[in-house]
Structure formats: structure tokens, C-alpha cells
Design a protein. Structure first.
Length: 742
């Protein structure tokens, strides 16, 4: 039996059962173990102890078994989801999910020692998680984008309760006790079953134990209460930080200070008398320091951004830091950075620091040359031969440099990216490269009338893999960004229960009017490919266990495959497929301006990524610093030190690190490096396409990418998936070379 990469995988939406018929004997055959290994649905079966074995490597055996389940269990039709329309319906969803998941967890906690097994403990826990995932994922999306305020509010409350359920449940010592009892049992039957677990089942036991351990489940009663109290306070502090940061906070500018700023941008600012008021966040503060010819005004704008809510938040950030350190030490970690690293690809803070320093050193010569090119323009404009480029000037002079050097007019490209035809082109590219078919689905229940849906199927077999909802245009109460949301995780079990993924591609494309359709900027097209990459990862990434499904991978790997998808729109062959002039489809795509834009992006990326490296180092330094932990150095000083060493100095009398919401209210504490790490991953992954005979349209490389990256999900370490795809370990030099650096 050979692994057949062209065979698809997926199934029906929702949890429904399909019984095996013609394949049941083959399934029984496959269950005969090689080297005491069993398939993902369970552990040791004493009835098969003396059965004849077929000598197939266990990794291939698992793959073949999953494919058999796919081809036997999937239906061409995907049962639709229902979406809550009222608070009452949200409440029913919440209570049902909690009731059903609690019933399973109770069954695990009351399992006697004699009944302990892989299925009665670990498979049951994954079943409970699957129930929670299906509710919390949908409610998480609805709290951001449902058009009815009552439903949004109810979904937010329900989401928080489900999130709290996860913390409480996996921190429960009774649940952990059953896990530990199984893993530590000396009962001969359990010992034999543990020895016979296949790698995926063994991975489930490790990850399940780890989830509980990281939630404090193995602490003693006193320590666990202290852990819960500290975690509760941390949650409150993070929420309060976010509340403070979101409060209106403006920078006032006089008309004279804004002289030279384009009138189109000024029209976006509040104007009262002689004063203009810019919110001290991006994009409004950015409008000013990116476009003002006045150095004083540029500095004022960035300074206002870098002191936003610092007065209210500086004590909170200090408290958040202390509580994270307390929590990490309660769990046996030296620092919060050690705690975070355990679940990531890079594994240790030392590896993160090593990466950041390699990238810093590799980019440094080119970065300094880039800064000198900006300084040349400033010297010419100011007549000051000793002028220096400051952090608050990079964007302004970069815009001038790009205009002078590359002469890019993005408006020419926009005419070729009408939103609907561009998306259809993107689908065609995915069909050609990844062996899938994307077709519209009519008549589904949706949360807003402008939402549509497509079914994604496997080309070779015709099997339905998943459903993708398209929510692409602005409306009141909708999240104002482009993003991907999982609604149902893909899950394929050997007991015949199949659940295929459902995802949402959420966008805010410009709306059309009577004379002009919805036209996209080139960066919008790149973002669309990025988020669609997440959708493909969700829908093509199957697993017998929901925690490994799709993007259930290491947190610092999640963005890598999607950043790789951005690289598709750097290939002219792809751009020809996705573009069409909105007035005259016969007009050829303007390749020469596109080439100039692509050349300019390498320059911009060096400046941008150097800043990201500095911010990542600032984040790591704060969470590792003995001086900060001892109270001998405040985080502002430490953060400023990293920024000046690697990038440029922050504006005086500011506290940039205290305004970095990703660290304090988000989930990127000791993890901000993920942004630049995603670029490193993407550059090397994209290189396999770039060097292929058909470039990014090469179906052989696409099939390998689907098989080794998308379909694997979290069923193995991401580093192994990357190495399988590339045929070698990841090489960060590919990233540096892509930016024209050493």
C-alpha cells in the first residue's frame, strides 16, 4: 500500500456519522499491528494480539488508514451550519456545549483504575474539546462580526464563559489525576497499551498532559488557589490595559504644523477651528508622521503615539510582568519566556535570541546603507550635512526614496484588481496548484445577506473537504480588518465519525458605486492570499484529534504558511491569472510597473523587518531580564536600549514598549518574534515554488506542500513538516538573501 498524495480528505460539516461498509474488512486488516503499533482510534486490542501482521511503516500505516476513512466516509454534500439570531439562541448554544462537554469530562474523572485506557481518558478529553471548539470558534467570530448588537454582546459573554471553562477544566486536579494514573500505571495491560500507542496517539497523551500541567492542575491545593488568583488578576489587568488603550486619545496640531500634509489625509482628521485632532494610534498618527515635511511635526506625531495611555497603563504593565513571572515560576519555569517557548517551534528562549541576533547581523549592513540613502534625501532637503535619520522620519523619507527610485504608481495596478474577479482568480490558482475544486454553494443559512459560501472539494476524488464562507464587504458592527476564522475543526476518526472544516474569510473590500466597482490595492490582494492561506490550512488539515487539526500547530508556525501564500502574488504568472482590467479585460497586466513595485518591496521589507527584529528583541529582553525582575531597571529603559541598538532610538520622553498591545493585552508576550520568524519560514517555503519549473503554479510542488504542510496540521512537529517539504532543514539564509542581505 502506498501513500497517494492526490487523494483528498475532509468530510461533512458538523458531527455526523457515516458507517463503513465495503472497507470494514480492510480496516480490520490495517488494525493488525506492526511492532505493537496501533492506529489513531485507540490503543492495544488484545483480540489482535496473535493476528497476522502486515509490515508497513507506522507513519505510512496511519496515513493510509486516514485516507481509507476519508474515501469511505465522506459525502459529497456538506451539512450546513446554523447561526444564532438572538441572545436566547446563543444561550442555548452555550448551555448545550457546556452540558455535553461536562458530561464527557465527568466520565473521565470517574473512570476507575481498572477501566483506564487511551480511549476512556485521552480520546474522551479530545471529544470534549471538540464540542467546546465548535461552540467557541463560532461565538468568537460572531462577537466580532454579527450584525445584531444583542447577539454580538451575548456571543462575547458566552465566549468568555467557554474560555473560562477550558481554564477551569484543564486545571482540575481530578482530571489530571486520571491522566497521571494512566501514564504512570504499572498495570500490565496499561503498560502494554502504552507501549503499543502509535506516534500520533502518543503525541495526544503528551499534549493533553501538557495542557493540564500548564493550567496548574498538578499544583497542590494552596499553590493552585494562588495560581488561579494570579491568573484571574492577570486577565483583569490585561483587559484593563486594553480598555485604557482604546479610550479616545488625540494629538492636537495647528494648521501651520500640518502644512504640506495632503488635503486628502487632512480630511480624515477631526477639524475644529485652527486645530486638527489625530487619534494617537495608527492610522491617524501615521498619516501625519508619514506625510508631514516638518521634522518637528513628525516627532510630535510619533511621540503622541508612543505615550498613548502610558499614564494609566505603566503600573498595569509592571503588574502584568510580575504576575506572568509568578505564574511561570509556580509551574516550574524560570521565566515567562521559558513558559512560552515550551509550546513553540524554537523551543527555548536561547534559540529565539540566537535567531534574532543572526537576522540582526545579516541585515545590518544593508539596513545601514538604506538609512544612509534616506539621510541623503534629508541632507538635500534641509541643507544640514550632519542630519541624521530618526525613527519618526523613516516612513516619510522612505516614501520619497521609493518615489524617486522606483517611480511606482499603485493606482495603475488597482484598476486590474476588481475584488470579485481577483478572488475568482485566486481560487483558480489554488485549484491548479493544490488539486482542489472550489464551487459556489447556494441556499445556506448566513448571518448577513451579503455573505456567500463556496465548497472546497478534492479534484481527484470529488470528495467534499470543507466549506468556506465569504464575508467580504464592510457593514456596521463588523470587525474592520481582513482575517480568517475557523468555525469547525476538521476531524476524521477511525470509528466512522467525520467532521470537515468550516471557515470564514472575512474582509473589508472597498464597496462599489454606480461608476466604479470594488477595486483592490496590491497590498489588499497580498492580504487576501495571506488569509486564504489560513483557510486552506484549516480545511485541508485533517486529524483524528481536533487539537491537531488545521492550524492546531505550534503558535510560532501558524503564520508561516500564510505569509508564504503572500509570495504567490510576487510571481507574474500568478498575477496574470488573478488580474483583469475592470473596464477592458483585453488590456494586458502592466508588468513593468509591477516589477518596479516588487523591487521596491525588498527595500521596504528590510527597514520594516529590522524594526520588527528590534521589537522582538525588546520583548525577549524584558521577559528574560534579571535586572527587571530585581526591580533595578524599568522596562522602558530596557526596551529603548534594544530599539536603539538594532533599529533607531525611540522619541525622547516616551515609553514605546508600554504601548505595544501585542505584549500586554495580546498573546505575544515573549512571542513577538513570531512575526519575523514567519517571514523566515515563508521565504524558504516559497523558494521551493520559486525554483520549480512552473514557479508558483507548479502542481507537483503544490501537491507536496498540501501533503507535508497543510494536511499534517499539528500531527507532527512543524520543524519535521518543513523539513519533509523542503527535503532539508530550514535555512534562514534564504530569507536574508530574499531581502538582498548577507
Amino acid at each position: 500500500m502506498e501513500w497517494a498524495p492526490e487523494v483528498g480528505n475532509g468530510g461533512g460539516v458538523g458531527q455526523f456519522e457515516v458507517r463503513l461498509h465495503s472497507c470494514v474488512n480492510l480496516k480490520d486488516c490495517l488494525l493488525r499491528r506492526t511492532h505493537r503499533k496501533t492506529l489513531p482510534s485507540g490503543g492495544f486490542n488484545p483480540k489482535l494480539q496473535n493476528s497476522e501482521t502486515i509490515m508497513i511503516p507506522i507513519t505510512r500505516l496511519i496515513a493510509v488508514a486516514i485516507l481509507i476513512m476519508v474515501n469511505c466516509a465522506l459525502s459529497d454534500e456538506i451539512p450546513p451550519l446554523r447561526f444564532e439570531k438572538s441572545k436566547a439562541e446563543v444561550d442555548v448554544t452555550l448551555s448545550t456545549a457546556l452540558h455535553d462537554a461536562d458530561a464527557i469530562i465527568r466520565a473521565v474523572k470517574t473512570t476507575t483504575d481498572s477501566a483506564l485506557s487511551f480511549k476512556t481518558v485521552f480520546v474522551r478529553i479530545d471529544d470534549a474539546q471538540n464540542i467546546i471548539y465548535k461552540a467557541i470558534d463560532r461565538l468568537s467570530f460572531m462577537k466580532e462580526s454579527h450584525p445584531v448588537p444583542e447577539v454580538q454582546k451575548a456571543a462575547r459573554v458566552a465566549y468568555e464563559k467557554l474560555d473560562a471553562w477550558s481554564v477551569t477544566t484543564f486545571g482540575d486536579p481530578a482530571l489530571y489525576g486520571r491522566i497521571a494514573a494512566y501514564l504512570g500505571s504499572s498495570d500490565p495491560a496499561i503498560v502494554q497499551e502504552r507501549a503499543g500507542l502509535n506516534p500520533l496517539d502518543r503525541r495526544l497523551t503528551v499534549f493533553t498532559e501538557r495542557i493540564c500541567r500548564r493550567n496548574g492542575a498538578r499544583l497542590d491545593d494552596v499553590s493552585r488557589k494562588a495560581f488561579a488568583a494570579s491568573m484571574s488578576q492577570l486577565t483583569e489587568d490585561r483587559a484593563q490595559y486594553g480598555t485604557n488603550f482604546r479610550q479616545p486619545n488625540t494629538i492636537a496640531f495647528t494648521t501651520e504644523e500640518l502644512a504640506g500634509v495632503p488635503s486628502l489625509l487632512l480630511g480624515r482628521l477631526l477639524h475644529v477651528g485652527d486645530l486638527y485632532f489625530a487619534e494617537s494610534t495608527l492610522p491617524e498618527a501615521g498619516y501625519v508622521y508619514k506625510n508631514s515635511p516638518s521634522e518637528t511635526t513628525r516627532q510630535k506625531a510619533m511621540t503622541g503615539r508612543y505615550v498613548r495611555a502610558v499614564g494609566q497603563n505603566i503600573e498595569l504593565t509592571a503588574g502584568i510582568f510580575r504576575r506572568r513571572q509568578e505564574l511561570a515560576q509556580m509551574l516550574g519555569f524560570g521565566t515567562w519566556a521559558d513558559y512560552q517557548a515550551e509550546i513553540n517551534m524554537l523551543k527555548t528562549p536561547a534559540h529565539v535570541l540566537e535567531l534574532l541576533e543572526k537576522l540582526h547581523a545579516g541585515l545590518e549592513p544593508a539596513f545601514r546603507a538604506d538609512i544612509d540613502s534616506l539621510r541623503t534625501i534629508k541632507v538635500r532637503e534641509t541643507g544640514n550635512a550632519s542630519a541624521r535619520i530618526e525613527a519618526w522620519e523613516v516612513d516619510y523619507f522612505q516614501t520619497k526614496y521609493l518615489a524617486e527610485t522606483y517611480h511606482v504608481d499603485a493606482s495603475i495596478l488597482r484598476e486590474f484588481f476588481e475584488s470579485k474577479s481577483t478572488m475568482q482568480g485566486m481560487f483558480k490558482v489554488a485549484e491548479q496548484v493544490f488539486g482542489i475544486k472550489i464551487t459556489p454553494v447556494e441556499g445556506l443559512e448566513v448571518w448577513s445577506p451579503d455573505v456567500t459560501a463556496v465548497k472546497i472539494s478534492d479534484t481527484a476524488t470529488g470528495r467534499a473537504l470543507g466549506l468556506l464562507y465569504l464575508d467580504l464587504y464592510p457593514r456596521p458592527l463588523k470587525k474592520d480588518s481582513f482575517s480568517e476564522w475557523q468555525l469547525v475543526p476538521a476531524r476524521i476518526s477511525l470509528d466512522g465519525t467525520t467532521q470537515s472544516a468550516v471557515a470564514v474569510l472575512l474582509g473589508n473590500f472597498p464597496t462599489s458605486d454606480a461608476s466604479t466597482p470594488s477595486l483592490l490595492e496590491y497590498l489588499d490582494v497580498m492580504t487576501m492570499f495571506h488569509e486564504f492561506g489560513h483557510c486552506l490550512h484549516e480545511i485541508l488539515g485533517y486529524s483524528p484529534y481536533c487539537i491537531f487539526s488545521g492550524t492546531g500547530v505550534e503558535p510560532d508556525f501558524v503564520e508561516g504558511p500564510s505569509v508564504m501564500m503572500e509570495q504567490f502574488v510576487t510571481d507574474l504568472r500568478v498575477l496574470r491569472l488573478v488580474s483583469r482590467h475592470y473596464q477592458d479585460p483585453t488590456r494586458p497586466f502592466p508588468e513593468e510597473p509591477m516589477q518596479r513595485l516588487l523591487a521596491s518591496r525588498a527595500y521596504s521589507a528590510r527597514l520594516y523587518d529590522k524594526r520588527q527584529i528590534a521589537m522582538a528583541r525588546m520583548d525577549m529582553d524584558v521577559h528574560l531580564s534579571k535586572e527587571v525582575r530585581a526591580g533595578k531597571l524599568n522596562i522602558t529603559q530596557l526596551g529603548d536600549r534594544a530599539m536603539e541598538r538594532i533599529f533607531l532610538r525611540n522619541p525622547p520622553a516616551t515609553s514605546f514598549i508600554n504601548t505595544l498591545t501585542h505584549i500586554w493585552s495580546g498573546d505575544y508576550a515573549a512571542g513577538y518574534y513570531r512575526y519575523v520568524w514567519a517571514n523566515v519560514l515563508a521565504a524558504d517555503l516559497a523558494g521551493a515554488f520559486r525554483n520549480a519549473p512552473q514557479g508558483f503554479l507548479d502542481p507537483d510542488v503544490g501537491a507536496r506542500y498540501r501533503r507535508e504542510i497543510y494536511e499534517q496540521g499539528g500531527m507532527r512537529d512543524a520543524s519535521e513538516s518543513v523539513e519533509k517539504f523542503l527535503g532539508r532543514p530550514l535555512d534562514e539564509k534564504v530569507y536574508l538573501k530574499s531581502l538582498g542581505a548577507n
